[in-house]
Design a protein around this ligand. Structure first.
Ligand code: AMP
Length: 279
C-alpha cells in the first residue's frame, strides 16, 4: 500500500495505474467504520483501489464540528492495508487549498433543500473537493454511500454536467444490528444519547411499515417518522418525503420513487438518515 500526502504524486501514481486498467476511488473523511469498509471492499475488486482521507474544511460551516471531527489515521491505515487498498491519499488542507485557490463549483437545485438549507455552503465545499479528488485520482469508478442520499444525487449530477469519465456507484447504508446508521459522528454520542439516536432509524421503520400497509399520504408518512424522533431527539431539522431523483416534493408516491430524509440533533451531535420507501 502506498501513502501520499502530495496531490501531484498521488495523481502521478493514479495515472500510471490507469494505464493498466480501472481505478476505483473511495473518498472519505476517515475514522473508518463498516459503512466505509463496505465501499472499500467493492473498490478493491477493481485493478487498482484508492482511498482518500481528508476532513475537508470547506464543507464545514463556521459553527460546525471541523475541529473536533474524530480522527485516527493509524487505525484507518491498518484497515485500508487489511482490506487490500493500493493507494491512500491523505492530503493536508494547505495542499488541497493552496494560497491563491480561487475556483469553486456551485451546485444547483439538488443542493438547495434539506442539508443545503440547514448547512449553507456545505455542498459547494463537497462538490468542489469531490471534483478535485476525481481529477487527481483519474478514477474510472468512485464509490459513495446512500447514507448521504442528497450528496450522492448531487455528485451524480456533477459527473453528468461536467462530462467526467467516471462511474459513480452508490451503495446501501450499513447499520448497527439495532438499526442505527453507522457514522463517524456516532463517536460523539454518550450511551444515553446513542439510545435516543435510535429514534431516527425507528422513525424510518415506522414510515416503512405504514407505507407497506398502503398509506400514500406524504404528511401521514412524515408524521409517522417524526413522532418517534420528536420524542427522543433534542431538535429535528427536517423529516421530509422527496422524489428520489429531483429531491423535490413528490408528485406521485410510489414504491422505490420516494425517499424519506431526516436530520436531527441528539445532544451536540447532528445525525442524518434516510430510506427509500417500498424497497
Ligand atoms: P464520510 O467519511 O462521512 O465523508 O463518508 C465517506 C463515504 O462513506 C460517503 O460516501 C458516505 O456516504 C459513506 N458512508 C458513510 N456512512 C455510511 C454507512 N453507514 N453506510 C454506507 N456508506 C456510508
Amino acid at each position: 500500500m502506498q501513502i501520499f500526502d502530495c496531490p501531484r504524486q498521488f495523481q502521478q501514481a493514479c495515472l500510471s495505474a490507469r494505464q493498466k486498467g480501472e481505478l476505483a476511488l473511495v473518498p472519505t473523511m476517515g475514522f473508518l467504520h463498516e459503512g466505509h469498509q463496505s465501499l472499500m471492499r467493492k473498490a478493491v475488486e477493481h485493478r487498482t483501489s484508492a482511498l482518500s482521507i481528508f476532513v475537508n474544511p470547506s464543507q464545514f460551516g463556521p459553527q460546525e464540528d471541523l475541529a473536533r471531527y474524530p480522527r485516527n489515521l493509524e487505525r484507518d491505515l491498518d484497515i485500508a492495508r487489511e482490506l487490500g487498498i493500493d493507494l491512500v491519499f491523505v492530503p493536508e488542507p494547505a495542499s488541497m487549498y493552496p494560497k491563491g485557490f480561487d475556483t469553486w463549483i456551485e451546485p444547483g437545485s439538488l443542493s438547495l433543500p434539506l442539508e443545503g438549507q440547514e448547512r449553507p455552503g456545505h455542498f459547494r465545499g463537497v462538490v468542489t473537493v469531490v471534483l478535485k479528488l476525481l481529477n487527481l485520482a483519474q478514477c474510472s469508478h468512485a464509490y459513495f454511500g446512500q447514507k448521504d442520499f442528497q450528496q450522492l444525487a448531487i455528485i451524480r449530477r456533477l459527473v453528468l454536467d461536467f462530462d467526467l469519465p467516471c462511474e459513480i456507484v452508490g451503495l446501501p447504508t450499513i447499520r448497527e444490528p439495532d438499526g442505527l446508521a453507522l457514522s463517524s459522528r456516532n463517536a460523539y454520542l454518550s450511551p444515553e444519547e446513542r439510545e435516543r439516536a435510535l429514534s431516527l432509524s425507528k422513525g424510518l421503520k415506522a414510515a416503512q411499515t405504514l407505507f407497506a400497509q398502503g398509506e400514500r399520504d406524504p404528511v401521514s408518512l412524515e408524521q409517522a417518522a417524526r413522532k418517534d424522533i420528536e420524542k427522543a431527539a433534542d431538535s429535528v431539522d427536517y423529516v421530509s418525503l422527496r422524489d428520489v431523483e429531483s429531491l423535490q416534493v413528490p408528485q406521485v408516491i410510489e414504491a422505490g420513487k420516494v425517499v424519506l430524509l431526516l436530520a436531527a440533533r441528539v445532544g451536540n451531535t447532528r445525525l442524518i438518515d434516510n430510506a427509500v420507501l417500498g424497497l
